[in-house]
Write a protein that binds this ligand. Structure first.
Ligand code: NAD
Length: 298
């Protein structure tokens, strides 16, 4: 069993840290919000991020964006505080450039570092069924594996440092495109007299079948237990999706890639956020953009 420092105990990090503690690891936890520290079952409360980085084998972070990750490791001095030979794993979704910059500084400080963004949402974090998409060297991943297995069900090695972030960004850009397209097709059908449940069933089994139709239908009332059937509360926030789409645009700019569908999806989500004040709603609420009649409805 390892001694682990865990910083960033929000919607994702809190349950991830609790799963590590439940698996028998000693988990030293810290967040800027004191109530979140107290909320981690089995965690050892720390007074600062530097305390959480002291005398640990592994240090894990789960923060909002790249500026927080660079701030924690470089400015606040976590890299300087970690013991030589420790392993650092950043699970936040951030820009690949910051991931590479922090990993290079870690190497200089004698710390192995992985970027390991996740897919699977808050339910995956709670149930320990996350997918980890890892960038960094294979030896570091081998060391991380027992810990990642305590928090997740799938672990992929995408390549060198930064590659985990790139794979995650590509996935979420496709997810946004797919969700917007699914909402658009459902709305077209309903405008022309179809029952959204019947249309969903047909498309699910046809060539338009996709993840949104199978497990995350955006149309209210079609599927139980999804955000669309509880006023788009919970789930994966529009704010986080627009953040990920902005990362996709920046990444595309750097590689001179053409991403017209991703750009359109980003703008649809931006319009949705601004028109409907939808930042804190689940991203399947993009359905509203096509059916304003649903706003404030189910
Ligand atoms: P969150 O805002 O709920 O949690 C982030 C936490 O980090 C907050 O509690 C905040 O207080 C803390 N924090 C920020 N700076 C800190 C610092 N310097 N020291 C200590 N604590 C600090 O966000 P979340 O939903 O848990 O998401 C975290 C990351 O995971 C994001 O990058 C997000 O894109 C990604 N992600 C989220 C989901 C999801 O469904 N929520 C799914 C996949 C990936």
């Amino acid at each position: 069993m390892s001694t682990v420092g865990f910083v960033g105990l929000g919607n994702m990090g809190g349950p991830m840290a609790a799963n590590l503690a439940a698996a028998g690891h000693e988990v030293k936890v810290f967040d800027l919000v004191p109530e979140l520290i107290a909320g981690v079952e089995g965690g050892l409360a720390q007074a600062s991020a530097l305390d959480a980085a002291s005398d640990v084998d592994v240090f894990i972070s789960m923060l909002p964006a790249g500026k927080h990750v660079a701030g924690l490791y470089l400015d606040e001095g976590v890299l300087a505080r970690l013991p030589q030979g420790a392993l650092a794993i950043d699970c936040s979704t951030i820009d690949p450039e910051t991931a590479r910059r922090v990993a290079a500084a870690a190497t200089d400080a004698g710390i192995a570092m992985l970027d390991a963004p996740v897919s699977g949402g808050t339910a995956g974090a709670q149930n320990g069924t996350l997918t980890f998409i890892v960038g960094g060297d294979a030896d570091a991943l081998a060391r991380a594996r027992p810990l990642l297995e305590a928090m997740g069900a799938n672990i992929f090695h995408a390549g060198a440092n930064g590659a985990g972030q790139i794979a995650k960004i590509c996935n979420n850009m496709l997810l946004a495109i797919q969700m917007a397209g699914t909402a658009e097709a459902l709305s077209l059908g309903v405008d022309n007299g179809l029952d959204p449940k019947v249309l969903s069933e047909i498309m699910k089994q046809s060539s338009g079948g996709n993840w949104a139709l199978k497990v995350y239908n955006p149309f209210p009332g079609v599927m139980d237990g999804v955000p669309a059937s509880r006023g788009y509360q919970g789930g994966f926030l529009v704010d986080l999706m627009t953040k990920d789409l902005a990362l996709a645009m920046t990444t595309a700019e750097q590689s001179r890639s053409s991403v017209p569908m991703g750009g359109l999806a980003k703008n649809l989500y931006r319009v949705h956020e601004q028109t409907h004040g939808a930042g804190r709603l689940d991203f399947s609420s993009i359905q509203w953009l096509y059916r304003p009649v649903l706003v404030g409805g189910e």
